[in-house]
Design a protein around this ligand. Sequence first.
Ligand SMILES: [Zn+2]
Length: 326
Amino acid sequence: MRGLLAIALSCLAACAPVRAPAPLPGEPVAADVALLRGRFVPGAQPDGNTVLLRAPAGWIVVDSGRHPEHTARILESVRASGLPLRVVLNTHWHMDHVAGNAMLRAAHPRAQVWASPELGRALDGFLADYARQLDAMLAGAAPGDAQAQALRAERARIAAGPRLLPTHPLTAGGAHAWAGRRIVLGVETGAVSGGDVWLFDPASGVLVAGDLVTLPAPLFDTACAEGWRAALARLEAVPFTTLVPGHGAPMDRAGFARYWRAFDRLLECAARDGAAAGCREAWLRDADGLIAAGDLALARSLLDHYLPHVLRAPSERRARHCRSAG
Ligand SMILES: [Zn+2]
């Protein structure tokens, strides 16, 4: 009798219809974690990567992109899944990671938006300066200028600033349960943007690093290089198996170790006398295997800008973004 019961119970378990999980949108990174790759091509404004985490009660979206085409891919992924969008996390305030917030919130007004409050400060500072530059360029643009259309769209994204702000400002890291999924956040205040948030998902071992890791080269525009170097040491201490950068392809721990070492060596090279081209080519060698063959020209052009204009700028310029590091 006991044997029959055992067979019946095992059949109950084995014969119950098992619903296969719905396929993930974009590129799969791990179970219930997908990547929508941002575009980063010479001559155009980039979109940052978006990471989608499927939680029991809906989606967690990390970064919303810049261009409407990118954000539309997020919205379509969410719509096709039949699950609600519950949380948007912005890794930092750069337009290629936050501008899509307005579209996401218009479609999902109940979604929470978590981010560093640094965007508010940037709207009064860096982004206000940028808006003035755009206005000056637009004032001189000829009617029908194709480039002017892109500038006008960028100007409109900055004007939408208040709609990009977080509903839940984040000033410290910690553990959260979002839509039934446990995640861990870290906040870096003196690295890339003054307020860089990373997300670690213990269930999958995925670390979403935002622009604390970028390919094909580090993007130093608003960075404190030394603070960034220190933040990379803290990322190394996170027990991740896969790291998704803000731009570029996911990497394993060995890939991150290579990136960190290449970053260190780039700063050391920039601090020494010697041709900038030598530092640039050393970066390409040190980061070999992380940079897609099609991105070598972009990597060179980025470093040809950052080496003289940021890394070797007068110390006052270099320290400009280090004020909140302490
Ligand atoms: Zn970015």
